[in-house]
Ligand binder design. Sequence first.
Ligand SMILES: [Zn+2]
Ligand SMILES: [Zn+2]
Length: 244
Amino acid sequence: MGAAKANCLICAKPLVYFEDALDVTCAICGKKETGHSICEDGHYVCDTCHRQQGVDHVIEECKMSTSKNPVELADHLMNHRSIYPNGPEHHTLIGAALMTAYKNAGGDIDLEKGLAELLKRSMCVPGGTCGFWGCCGAATSSGQFYSIISGSTPMKQEEWGRTQRLTSNTLGRLADYGGPRCCKRVGFLAILEAVPYVAETTGVQMELPDTIMCRYFPRNAECLRTHCPFFPEGATHPNDREVA
Ligand SMILES: [Zn+2]
Ligand SMILES: [Zn+2]
């Protein structure tokens, strides 16, 4: 495990993305599949290998958390070596932070059971859906959280609508900033969208911090810098210093 700044878990070199899928072999488990990204040295790591440790960490921490603040909880979860600057483990992390804070703020849910269901659903959402599906995994994670707490199914009426509405509002908010992808930016935005929506539709009021300051930008070369609402005021990205 050594992906400090870059994304390849094997050699830490940057990933190259392809519009058309390639035949690839996971450098960790040997699984053969098709994928849209390999690193500059040709390594491919499958989604399962990329996120297994991260999602285990997320679920274990959430079961023990007493936080009512999903931003603080998400930030705490992100600040662990098993959570990469970007990756599909965030597709579990965001919904899990919301569900845990919802429970701790008085929400009526069996947290252990809810987290297990969220894990199952979120593991079906691969990396890169933001760019390839037109539906960011932070939004699906928030939608899965809301679906579970509201008891939505494909056959429900109101719950179905309310769940789509949250995902839709979230995607609109993410679209306002454009890409490239950043799992921290979209995750915080998804939570900021979900908290008032949950309060309005369920009466359960989670907490939010006064401000959110990202501490992960030095590891994300594509950070939007001052165009990101969470970029610390007055900060300089290390990559910009290197080229100056
Ligand atoms: Zn590599
Ligand atoms: Zn693998």
